[in-house]
Ligand binder design. Structure first.
Ligand code: UD1
Length: 420
């Protein structure tokens, strides 16, 4: 997926099925290493980050079988404690989960580098602090970061100073393999983190329910293979809801969980959207015009940082948006790169420190470059609402997280083509 070409101005109308969550699938696929057995993943999204993860696992010795049903079986029995090539691990952020998973299974984990979207600094100090407390020793050479726990990991108290999704996932995995009890507190409680705990429980781990931002793990018991269904992708769902808003459309999402999207649904309703919520579906009827809002991103259940650019795009659309919209980004230092590209389409944006302000203006199609996954989604939404033709380059960034993008958008009536 190199280029997305959109001719704007069509209302999106119809029904779309939301796929499995990328942010849930990646930690699950890595956590499977801990089972040393065979696991079956249902509803695994076919996005490039997932395919990249399967490549890493294959390099390490896993056998992968795409079943006719669409499920994917990963046999982890022959996984070896090797250093995967940096070219593979640095293509995705999710490769950080190799640390907890490999350390837990083999007492050694090596990571040449992790990639992901560029939002400024993306530290892993909390991951390392926790893994060291569990007994790992860190070593960094020119090739890779290596963690060793030659005599195994031991449970302990791990109070996190901030609710990092990645650190919570890595430490849950390592704690599952550590002897004795670990109490992780201050944890992230995103649905995809809870899904990881659910998977580990299904594989035999003794993990308490999440309560008061804490979880207790009684580790050390051997795990076994299991079958898991990846939860629906809340960010994909949120993006389609925003696409319907951008075009004055009417959309029904199948397999989307309203409970995961409370902050977004609250905002959309206040903007004038008419919503119908079912246990596993959402319908949205967009108003002709909507009021802009102030939003602030934060750890779940606050407004997700991964839906910030899409909401910002809505605030820019002249003829639909009314008033000034503001986005304060509280998770990442630098997540406003997409605004440069929106400006090329005619958007009026002012940025001061961690807040961007948007005024509605007429957007026109032009050539833009996707800076990252969700920034690219924001450009796509703007393009769906803009006058004329927009060409989005560097679209592989968008392919990292949106499954069957062209087919889904065309099914809703969009004039869009994906090339490459
Ligand atoms: C974060 C998002 C996640 C999103 C992903 C990609 C949150 C809480 N997490 O997950 O929803 O899908 O980005 O956009 O919204 N931090 C440290 N030290 C660490 C780890 C993190 O200081 O060791 C800080 C980060 O700089 C950041 C915050 O913690 O400010 C959240 O990071 P974290 O949740 O770990 O990031 P991801 O797991 O990538």
């Amino acid at each position: 997926m190199n280029r997305i070409v959109v001719t704007g101005g069509k209302r999106l109308v119809g029904e779309v099925r939301i796929g499995g969550s990328k942010n849930a699938a990646l930690p699950l696929l890595f956590a499977g290493i801990l089972t040393g057995d065979s696991c079956v993943f249902e509803n695994l999204p076919r996005v490039s980050d997932v395919l990249q993860t399967l490549e890493i696992l294959r390099f390490l010795g896993a056998r992968i079988r795409f079943q006719r049903s669409g499920d994917v079986e990963v046999d982890y029995r022959d996984v070896r404690p090797e250093v995967p090539p940096g070219t593979l691990t640095s293509a995705i952020r999710g490769s950080v989960y190799l640390l907890g998973a490999m350390l837990g299974r083999f007492g050694i984990a090596s990571l040449p580098g992790a990639g992901g979207c560029d939002f400024g600094s993306r530290p892993i100090d909390l991951h390392l602090w926790g893994l060291e407390r569990l007994g790992a020793v860190e070593e960094q050479d020119a090739e890779a970061l290596t963690l060793r726990a030659e005599s195994g990991l031991s449970g302990c108290a791990l109070p996190l100073p901030l609710p990092s999704v990645g650190a919570t996932g890595n430490l849950l995995m390592a704690a599952t393999a550590a002897r004795g009890e670990t109490v992780l507190s201050g944890i992230a409680i995103e649905p995809h983190v809870q899904a990881l705990a659910e998977f580990l429980r299904a594989a035999g781990a003794d993990i308490s329910p999440f309560e008061g931002g804490a979880v207790r793990v009684r580790g050390g018991a051997p795990l076994h293979g299991c079958r898991v269904r990846v939860i629906p992708d809340m960010i994909e769902a949120g993006t389609y809801l925003c696409a319907a808003m951008a075009t004055g459309g009417r959309i029904t999402l199948r397999e989307a969980v309203p409970e995961h999207l409370g902050a977004l649904l609250w905002v959309l309703e206040r903007m004038g959207a008419r919503l119908q919520l079912r246990r596993d579906g959402i319908s949205l009827d967009a108003p002709e015009r909507y009021r802009c809002m102030r939003i602030e991103t934060g750890p779940y259940p606050a407004f997700p940082t991964d839906l910030h650019p899409q909401m910002a795009a809505l605030f820019c659309i002249g003829g639909r948006a009314v008033g000034e919209g503001r986005v304060r980004e509280r998770v990442w230092q630098s997540r406003f790169r997409y605004t440069e590209e929106l400006r090329r389409m005619g958007a009026v944006v002012r940025i001061a420190e961690d807040e961007a302000r948007f005024l509605p203006s007429t957007l026109h199609g032009t050539e833009v470059r996707s800076p990252d996954l969700r920034g690219g989604a924001a450009l796509l939404l703007a393009a769906l609402a803009a006058e004329g033709r927009t060409e989005i380059s560097n679209a592989a960034t968008v392919g990292r997280g949106y499954e069957h993008l062209e087919a889904k958008l065309r099914g809703l009536g969009a004039r869009v083509r994906v090339y490459g």
